[in-house]
Design a protein around this ligand. Sequence first.
Ligand code: PMP
Length: 422
Amino acid sequence: MSALSPVLKQATPVLAERGEGVHLYDESGQAHLDFTAGIGVTSTGHCHPKVVAAAQEQVGKLIHGQYTTVMHKPLRTLSERLGEVLPNGLDSLFFVNSGSEAVEAAMRLAKQATGRPNIVAFQGGFHGRTLAAASMTTSATKFRSGYGPLMSGVALAPFPNCFYYGWDEETATKFALRELDQLLATVTTPADTAAFIVEPVLGEGGYVPANTAFLRGLRERADRHGILLIIDEVQTGFGRTGKFWGHDHFDGKPDIIVTAKGLASGFPLSAIAASKELMARAWPGSQGGTYGGNAVACAAAIATLDVIQEEKLVENSAERGEQLFAGLREVAESYPVGGQGGIGDVRGLGLMAGIEFVTGDGSPDGATAARVHAAASERRLLLLTCGTQGQVVRMIPPLVVNGEEIDEGLRLWRESVAAVLG
Ligand code: PMP
């Protein structure tokens, strides 16, 4: 009997033995088209030969250098390489192991640098499962319930979620910014507010892109009040959205950026970056961790950056994303929201695509999304769900996916939706 706790929920029945490119292979050697990429992690595809070679070489040289004890070469090189791709003005970074840890680190930096206690997060956001990160997370109650009291000092403002509100972008954005101003006037005064933390595309919250007016609105308020803008690029970074950073779509200008997932092709590595001036305001020695900046993970991340550049994965993400969205929209047209419900929305950016299922009266339909997701698994198309009620099926294929593989995914998707909705 397995000792594995039932607290872990597995989205698909697959026992993955091997991965190559966009496929996972099970025990019987059957290939599954993996449009989950390990929740947006294996952007270079499973076991990209260059990543494998870099990690293998590093394992034989040095596995654990421990970055608060010694410097090591992969850490130094990766820091230089990331310096070339970080947003303007963010010239200082350090590593931890997971998205949640990086979010915690960003929050700690923001509080120390401003001397202010509160954080504003946005409704539907997901920032992780550790206490502070969970306190800023409202993509679904399962990440918060039974865990309280959560960290105090987190105030929530609306995200311009057009489909949810049934509004156009301008109306939703005006509303969100007005409510934010109201929050700063009634709940957490700017003098008490260290940071705004926002995702460029709500990830676990349902694949809802932000927009330019919203991010500019946050920047403008951050500047006016001395509040720091933390952009959580854990899921959206490293080409996932068809630009290097998700916020590149929206003229976002972060003070602190949080990254993980696509950074190291599956090795546990995350990073936070800010300006040197801001980092200098952190309490020395207050950040870090035993495993942060692991040498093998750093070597894999350097190879990942090489592959992203050599194979033009950001461009591929944009191009294959267009193909994917065109196909998904075509399928959605066959299932308009009528009496018995259907596909209410197809949205996202690049290779980050969400398909929202709704009931006849327009409510989120997690049950149908779950059935379509299961139908896809049966056809060996691996997908994930997200959204407050699990009503959004999401596709996040590796960024190395080619045109034929997207077509194959769309064919299986069409079949899966038809199997459930007729
Ligand atoms: N932030 C965002 C935007 C995420 O999508 C996630 C993971 N889904 C996290 C933070 C937390 O990352 P981790 O699971 O590595 O702790």
